[in-house]
Design a protein around this ligand. Structure first.
Ligand code: HAM
Length: 437
């Protein structure tokens, strides 16, 4: 019998300490890292809102069928990487491995098609993929993303890339490489697939078992394969760019022209592959040489068929998502400076008979907008002094019985030891003004 009691497990009469760690591939984000997260998340929200995007949040889990249909049965994400479980009523559910399918579902379900087009959405959510752990690759990771529904214009593709370019510029990420491609549409893709089959057929027996299966189900997915022995055959495969129909070719040319006009540099990538089935026409990635083996910081593209696949009306759409963990690694590699954390304004030292009044004073100061700490450990005066020193607070005061009586405090500036007497009613103003100096 297994029986839990606090942190110990009683197992067949023996007691052993439980050593519970975070699941492999997940990570805690601690207070000393969170300011960087807030900096990128807040900047992203600000840039998106300036471009007219509204924030959306969708459920963490969805019906499995959504991803099977939306992302594609033959993708690695659906075949190997989803966290899928049956709920208590036996319905198959999946932790979202990406955001676009869920957002397209929400677009249909919430009648957003009747809103004036285009509908522009952004998000900041976590996603789950059962992948092999590597630097910059997690099983729960966060993405910042944008989706535009309702525009088939190449200018929507250009705008979505412009959002990213503005974000990277304002973040101070100067080294960036945009890879741009087109994977055509249902009109021109069959010819490309025929060409791929013809290319791979002769060497199929030398390729991995997955690729042999992909050859039958969806030869496009062979281009995703990371297995070493398959690479020579993939490297010499035909390019979709040579099979684009007139309309796709024109669309691609218009995207490039718009990016030139926006001064956004890009590299036309003739063998661009994206690991999701819903893409049509434009596909792009921002890649880095810094982020370990995980070169892609951000990926996106057009997905004109997805809303219809999920049961909505035909709705052209385009979007991207960028991994926050990878972005932060890139920021570190490029030594981008972040504004330092706001320092503590005041540390209040108290005695046993004034500790509760010190708590009340701290609360009053905090409600005035100051950052304040006081002792909640009932420590000795000496220990509190040490803590105040270590806290890198701007000011400190000792709250004794005398101060309680006089309602006057001797405020000490910790940088140079200069002291001022300040009345309790003037304290917040005094400290707020001191901040501005
Ligand atoms: P994706 O290329 O699968 O696209 O992921 C986008 C970004 O998410 C990647 O470039 C990477 O930064 C990050 N990412 C993906 N997997 C992991 C992982 N295991 N650990 C850490 N970061 C990861 C999509 O998800 C599409 N929904 C993008 C999109 C939006 N296309 C159109 N709209």
């Amino acid at each position: 019998m297994v029986e839990c009691c606090g942190e110990k497990t009683v197992y067949q009469g023996r007691i052993r300490q439980m050593n519970i760690t975070a699941p492999r591939g997940t990570k805690d984000i601690l207070p000393d890292e969170i300011s960087r997260w807030h900096a990128v998340e807040n900047l992203f929200a600000s840039v998106c809102e300036r471009y007219g995007y509204g924030e959306i949040r969708t459920p963490t889990f969805e019906k499995t069928e959504l991803f099977a249909r939306g992302v594609g049965d033959s993708t690695d994400i659906v075949r190997k990487e989803m966290y899928t479980f049956d709920d208590k009523a036996g319905r198959s559910m999946t932790l979202r491995p990406e955001g676009t399918a869920g957002i397209a579902r929400a677009y249909i379900e919430n009648g957003m098609a009747s809103l004036p087009s285009p509908v522009k959405l952004y998000y900041d959510m976590s996603f789950f993929r059962y992948e092999k752990m590597q630097k910059g690759r997690y099983r729960e990771f966060w993405q910042l993303g944008c989706e535009i529904f309702g525009s088939s214009s190449a200018y929507a593709d250009a705008e979505i890339i412009a959002v990213l370019d503005t974000f990277f510029t304002e973040l101070g990420l100067s080294e960036r490489q945009l890879e741009l491609g087109s994977i055509g549409c249902p009109e021109c893709r069959p010819d490309f697939i025929t060409a791929l089959r013809a290319h791979f057929e002769a060497d199929l027996d030398k390729m991995c078992a997955d690729c042999q299966e992909r050859f039958e189900i969806n030869p496009l997915r062979i281009l995703d394969c990371k297995v070493e022995t398959c690479q020579p055959f993939i490297a010499t495969a035909p390019s979709q760019l040579d099979y684009l129909c007139g309309a796709c070719d024109e669309h691609f040319a218009k995207v490039k022209l718009a990016l030139d006009e926006l001064d956004i540099t890009y590299n036309v990538n003739r063998s661009m592959v994206r690991g999701l089935d819903y893409y049509t026409r434009t596909v792009f990635e921002y890649v880095s040489t810094h982020v370990g083996t995980q070169g892609s910081i951000c990926g996106g593209g057009r997905y004109d068929g997805l809303v219809e696949i999920l049961g909505g009306k035909h709705t052209p759409a385009v979007g991207f998502a960028m991994g926050i963990e990878r972005l932060l690694l890139e920021i570190e590699a490029q030594e981008v400076e972040f504004p330092p954390l706001a320092p503590l304004d005041l540390f209040i030292i108290s005695f046993p008979d004034t500790a509760v009044s010190a708590l009340a004073l701290a609360q009053k100061m905090i409600r005035s907008g100051l950052i304040v700490q006081t002792d909640v450990m009932e420590r000795s005066l000496k220990a509190q002094m040490k803590q105040a020193d270590r806290s890198s607070a701007q000011y400190m005061l000792v709250f004794g019985a005398e101060e309680l009586e006089s309602k006057q405090f001797l405020l000490k500036r910790l940088s140079d030891g200069v002291e001022h007497t300040v009345a309790v009613d003037d304290l917040a103003d005094y400290l707020l003004k001191a901040r501005e100096k």
